[in-house]
Structures are given as structure tokens and as C-alpha cells.
Write a new protein. Structure first.
Length: 467
């Protein structure tokens, strides 16, 4: 098992790493290191002897080779927007920041892009758009989250129901494995049945098997016409039923996002934005909202309007007739993460439920939380048409795991998953057995041993410690 910073003189470590990447790219000054050792929420805080910033795959390979030789553990880091404590050095690991690998090239003929690990999703989207295409993975952290990080976590986001998660866009990767081998498969062939899908394996492996240095991704034609509407319902059950029905009645559906009255009120208070449905005052606690987006060749608004008109239980509709209003409606949803964080670091339990269990889950989970921690507050929102609910819990100490345990067990009882899209990281390791059999966990360990034989890559992430 690799160690963190214990047992080695910091000066020697820094000098040896500087010989690989240059003195300017080994950060040790506490002010410079500060942003790399704590996660976006503030719940997970670690420490590190150094942040190392290689410029390309050969330098990544050289840093990894040094870590293996010295038995020093490292944590790969992209935009540090991960929400499960997987990208920060909780046990004093060296941080390997991939942000300097920021080249991106669009192949307009193929409709594909090769993006290096440190390219942000926003930059990839802009490059795709400049080339007449679109990169369909989109998430609120787009201006910080990187290609490497989204591959490592198999990030989902706002349009999974139409385009799939990151793994569905991936045609190949370049990566440095824990064995020291650099593998590269960036040719972008649409059809290529030549053995194991290593890109698919690295996708979602959370930096435990290899360091992704570049990815070849497929692009999609940009949507010609987009319509957005915010629907209000009287309660969660109606809103869930409505979102699920739209998947069938509105083939153009590209996003369906749940919000509840409490979350909407908080967002309006924190951002200063006026509540939706002017004149109806403060949202009711029992209100539920679904933000709906449709993409079509033409008349997306017409298709959306027809489908909504047939939907039972809709109490109010706000339609965006121009892009500015569409952005305003999206803001109610996208501001949830920031608004909840303003109350203190939450516990984030990103879960998926089978469709039939979604409404009962949304109704019952606040009581499950209250039984585990009576002072806690539960916030629910998420990608409801994917069955994905973001359960956020505030008013609980970072290390108090009672609510996590209660919610994950409830999810497992209902046949759901403890991680829809954020991954396991360090936060959910103790509960992986709820979703994965002993045989699967044994297979995970064999893969880990084969691809990271020295155990230097993210040793605290994903796999629970052996008892
Ligand atoms: P980091 O946070 O730096 O790292 C995440 C994990 O990947 C860590 O385990 C790290 O060690 C590993 N890693 C990073 N780079 C590499 C690499 N090059 N090679 C190997 N391993 C690596 N997630 C969603 O899925 N959907 C959403 O809708 C969504 N919305 C978000 C909104 C906000 C406001 C925030 C703050 C986060 C959101 N996230 C969402 C979570 C987060 O943005 C994603 O998990 C994203 O994929 C993380 O990318 P990153 O570059 O920040 O990775
Ligand atoms: C989102 O969908 C992200 O906004 C973050 O996945 C969810 O803050 C969260 O819990
Ligand atoms: Zn999400």
C-alpha cells in the first residue's frame, strides 16, 4: 500500500518532482495549494506535500514512475468539482493536477473532438460549436469540470436522457496506467470491435486504474430549435408522473429536472431572483416543479406545448420564448447546488431509483432522514426523468454518517443505486456492497491489482478497505 507524505523529506520530494515538471509547476506554498486540498463543498479537506502540474502525457508518466518507485500515493485532479471527496488528498497524497493539458482539436468531417484531460467542458463545448457541432454532455460545473474528470467519473448532467452520460460519447482515450504503460486509442473509428473496451473501463474508474490524459469524443449536430418551460405541480408525485410521461409523449424531450418548493424558495432568497409565476407569491412547501426542455428540427415550442397540454396535474406553466428567458428558467435549477452550499457543507447523496419507486422515494426520504438526524434538513432535486434524485442534507456534521447510512439503505431496499452520476469517491466507499456483490467487488480488486500493482493511484477511493 502506497503512503502519503509521511516518511519522506518534503524538500527531497519537491526537488525530485521539480526535476520532472520544472520548479514552477511543483506547488508547495500553502496559499497556492489551498484550492487543491479542499473539495468544492468544503466537506472534504486534506493536505499535501506538493501539487504537481505536468504539461503532457510523458511528464504524467514520469511523475507516476517516480511515485511508484518511491511508494508515494497520488490523487489525480482536474477541475476539483467532484462531489464525493475523490479528488482531494485526504491522506496527504501528492496532487497531480491535469489542468495544463488543455489542447482541444475538432475533426469537423468526423464530427468528433480530441480533447486533452485539462480542457474544461465549457471549452470543449465552445470548440465543438465553432466547428459546427455540439458536445452534448452539459453540467452546472461546465466552466471548471474537465474532460479528464468527467471521463474518470462518467459524469452525467442535464441531457443524459437524450444523449447518454460521458461513457456514451467516448470513442477512445489516451491514459497512463498504474503499471506505467501509456495506452492511446484516439483514432475515432465509429466501429472498432478489437477486444477489451479500455476506454469504457477507465470511464467511471475515478482515477484508481490510470490517469486519463486525452479523450476522443463524438459530437452531435447542434439542435436547430430549443424550447424550455417550467411546469408547476401540486405535489412531488404528480411532478414525477408528469416527467416520466413526457419521455413517451414528447420524443423531442432533452431535459426534465425536478425542483421542490423549499429548494425554489432558497434559490430565490440566495440569488435574489424573483420566484417563478409572478403574483403567486412565495412557492408553497408542497409545490413541485419540472423544468422541461425540448430539442427539435423545428417548432420545439409547439411540440412541448402539445405534450404539456395533455399532462394531468399541471397547475402553472412558464414558457421561455427567447434564449434569455430560457437561461433564467434554467437558473432556478442550476443555482440549487450553490444555494444549498450557502447553508454549510451538505451531505450529497446522489441516487437513482427504479421508475416505479421514484415518487414513493421523494415522498418518504425526508422522514427517513429525520429519523436518523432530527435536526437535519432534506433538499431534493435532480434529473428526474433518469430516475436520478440529488438528496442534499444540511445541518449534519461532515463526519456524521447516520443520514448517509439511512438513505443508502432505503435506496437499496427500493432497488436503487447509491451513485447515479457523481461516483463513489471516498464518501460512499463503506456502502458499495449495497449495490455490488462479493463477486463483483473481488473482480474490481483484481482489476485494481492488475492495472495499479503498487497501489499508488487514489488508494482511498472507490474500493472499500479489506477488513
Ligand atoms: P475532479 O473533481 O478534479 O476529480 C473527480 C475524480 O476524478 C477524482 O476521483 C479524481 O481523482 C479523478 N480524476 C480527475 N481527473 C482525472 C484524470 N485526468 N484521470 C484520472 N482520474 C481523474 N456531476 C454530474 O455527473 N452531473 C452534474 O450535473 C453535475 N453538476 C455539478 C454542478 C456543480 C455546481 C458542481 C460543483 C459539480 C457538479 N457535478 C456534476 C460533479 C462534477 O462536476 C463531476 O463529477 C465532474 O466530472 C468532475 O470533473 P473534475 O474535472 O472537476 O474532476
Ligand atoms: C446537479 O445536477 C449536480 O446539479 C449537483 O449533479 C447535484 O448538488 C448536487 O447535489
Ligand atoms: Zn446532477
Amino acid at each position: 500500500v502506497a503512503r502519503g507524505d509521511e516518511g519522506r523529506s518534503p524538500r527531497a520530494l519537491t526537488a525530485e518532482l521539480a526535476a520532472i515538471v520544472g520548479t514552477d509547476h511543483v506547488l508547495t506554498d500553502p496559499d497556492l495549494v489551498a484550492g487543491y486540498v479542499v473539495d468544492w463543498t468544503g466537506r472534504f479537506r486534506g493536505h499535501t506535500p506538493a501539487v504537481v502540474r505536468p504539461k503532457d502525457a510523458p511528464e504524467v508518466a514520469a511523475v507516476l514512475a517516480w511515485c511508484r518507485q518511491e511508494g508515494v500515493a497520488l490523487v489525480p485532479q482536474g477541475g476539483n468539482t467532484g462531489l464525493v471527496g475523490g479528488g482531494v488528498p485526504l491522506a496527504g497524497e501528492v496532487v497531480l493536477s491535469l489542468r495544463r493539458l488543455d489542447a482541444v482539436a475538432v475533426d469537423q468531417i468526423a464530427g468528433q473532438a480530441t480533447a486533452h484531460a485539462g480542457v474544461t467542458i465549457g471549452a470543449l463545448q465552445r470548440a465543438a460549436s465553432d466547428g459546427g457541432w455540439s458536445y452534448p454532455v452539459d453540467l452546472g460545473s461546465r466552466d471548471s469540470a474537465t474532460v479528464g474528470g468527467t471521463v474518470a467519473t462518467n459524469a452525467g448532467g442535464l441531457r443524459v436522457l437524450r444523449y447518454g452520460p460521458t461513457r456514451a460519447q467516448l470513442l477512445g482515450v489516451e491514459a497512463v496506467l498504474g503499471t506505467g504503460a501509456t495506452i492511446s486509442h484516439l483514432g475515432g473509428l465509429q466501429k472498432d470491435n478489437t477486444g477489451y473496451d479500455l476506454a469504457g473501463l477507465l470511464c467511471g474508474s475515478e482515477g484508481t486504474l490510470g490517469i486519463v490524459t486525452a479523450a476522443r469524443v463524438r459530437l452531435v449536430p447542434p439542435p436547430r430549435d430549443v424550447a424550455v418551460a417550467l411546469l408547476a405541480f401540486d405535489g412531488a408525485a404528480d411532478s414525477v408522473a408528469g416527467a416520466l410521461a413526457l419521455r413517451r409523449t414528447l420524443p423531442a424531450l432533452s431535459a426534465a429536472e425536478l425542483m421542490l418548493g423549499d429548494g425554489m424558495t432558497l434559490v430565490c432568497e440566495v440569488t435574489g431572483v424573483a420566484p417563478p409565476f409572478a403574483g403567486s407569491g412565495r412557492p408553497l412547501r408542497s409545490a413541485a416543479y419540472v423544468l422541461v426542455e425540448a430539442e427539435a428540427d423545428e417548432d420545439a415550442a409547439g411540440a412541448l406545448g402539445d405534450a404539456v397540454a395533455q399532462l394531468p396535474g399541471v397547475r402553472d406553466v412558464a414558457v421561455a420564448t427567447d434564449p434569455r428567458r430560457a437561461t433564467e428558467l434554467w437558473r432556478y435549477r442550476e443555482a440549487h447546488t450553490q444555494a444549498i452550499n450557502s447553508l454549510g457543507a451538505p451531505h450529497k447523496l446522489d441516487v437513482t431509483l427504479p421508475a416505479a419507486q421514484l415518487a414513493p422515494f421523494v415522498d418518504e426520504v425526508p422522514a427517513v432522514v429525520a429519523r436518523a438526524a432530527p435536526d437535519a434538513t432534506t433538499w431534493l432535486f435532480g434529473h428526474i426523468a433518469d430516475g436520478n434524485v440529488h438528496v442534499n442534507i444540511t445541518g449534519v456534521a461532515p463526519g456524521d454518517l447516520r443520514v448517509d447510512d439511512a438513505v443508502f439503505r432505503f435506496v437499496a431496499e427500493l432497488g436503487g443505486s447509491i451513485s447515479a452520476e457523481h461516483g463513489i469517491g471516498t464518501a460512499k466507499r463503506p456502502w458499495l456492497h449495497l449495490n455490488r456483490s462479493q463477486g463483483e467487488l473481488d473482480t474490481f480488486r483484481r482489476l485494481k491489482a492488475a492495472l495499479d500493482p503498487d497501489g499508488v493511484l487514489n488508494p482511498g477511493v472507490l474500493l472499500p478497505p479489506l477488513r
